[in-house]
Write a protein that binds this ligand. Structure first.
Ligand SMILES: Nc1ncnc2c1ncn2[C@@H]1O[C@H](COP(=O)(O)OP(=O)(O)OP(=O)(O)O)[C@@H](O)[C@H]1O
Length: 254
């Protein structure tokens, strides 16, 4: 269980997160949505104890991150890809994490297998593609077999196979009774992955609901998202009308 209570973070005069409160329950994937700059990453960093809130608190299983005895065994997170030394192999990187977190070495092989990196376990991680890096980051999050998992934009830049793999992984982790919070810009992907949604805009809560409830009027999740966030997107281009099928046929070349 993750509990965020009246969480507030300012950077100078700018308010990144304001009086934000929500709970993330175990057993379902909770999508964390919001326009660019709405405070999703800042909130996740505060949950993980990487940023200190100006007010309010973020709790994991009832305690702030700093008070967890064995953090890696209680919460795992993929916040940024490529947070490893490029000269180290995946195996070396995970072994170092395991040693620091009081996790048996045998877990390294297990998580490498889970994420499909066993065959490249001894290759320098600096040579990894984006998809492989994401998998290594996820292996790190799973290392301590934690009950709470946070993923910040895990499918960014991945190919369709990688996207589907991550979707299935999130769902199976939730089905095992874990708490799974995942942020994404891809609304259509969230419609397939998440049951519950927390939507924020300009650091404030806009909705804490289910996908089913948001789309109960028969519209798409994307339409519901735009309705919710219409007043809180920092950047929005002019409306562009997509071409009709008659005018969108490819231009003929001679
Ligand atoms: N270290 C920082 N210093 C100053 N401002 C920051 C810092 N980190 C975040 N911000 C600001 O806080 C606000 C929230 O940023 P954050 O990255 O949390 O949003 P986000 O929802 O994750 O955005 P995106 O969807 O674009 O990743 C933004 O206005 C951002 O510019």
């Amino acid at each position: 269980m993750i509990s965020v209570h009246r969480l507030t973070k300012r950077y100078g005069r700018a308010v990144a997160v304001e009086e934000l409160s929500f709970d993330v329950a175990p057993g379902a994937v909770t999508g964390f949505l919001g326009p660019n700059g709405s405070g999703k990453s800042t909130t996740m960093r505060m949950i993980m104890g990487l940023d200190a809130p100006d007010a309010g608190q973020a709790l994991i299983g009832g305690r702030p991150y700093a008070e967890l005895t064995w953090p890696l065994r209680e919460v795992g997170a993929l916040l940024e890809a490529r947070t490893y030394h490029p000269g180290r192999s995946a195996h070396q990187h995970l072994s170092a994490l395991a040693a620091g977190g009081g996790i048996p070495r045998a877990r390294v092989g297990e998580v490498l297998e889970t994420v499909g990196l066993s065959e490249v376990a001894h290759r320098r991680a600096g040579t990894f593609s984006l998809g492989m890096s994401q998998r290594l980051g996820i292996a790190g999050a799973l290392l301590g077999d934690p009950g709470v998992l946070l993923f910040d934009e895990p499918v960014n830049g991945l190919d369709p196979e990688g996207v589907r793999w991550i979707r299935d992984l999130m769902k199976s982790l939730a089905a095992e009774g874990r708490t799974v919070l995942v942020s994404s810009h891809l609304i259509s992907e969230m419609a397939l992955t998440a049951e519950h949604l927390v939507v924020i805009g300009q650091g404030r809560l806009l909705a804490d609901t289910t996908v089913a409830e948001l789309t109960a009027d028969g519209g798409s999740l994307e339409e519901a998202f735009f309705r919710l966030t219409s007043g809180s997107a920092a950047y929005r281009g002019t409306n562009v009308t997509p071409p009709t099928s008659a005018s969108s046929s490819p231009r003929r070349t001679r």
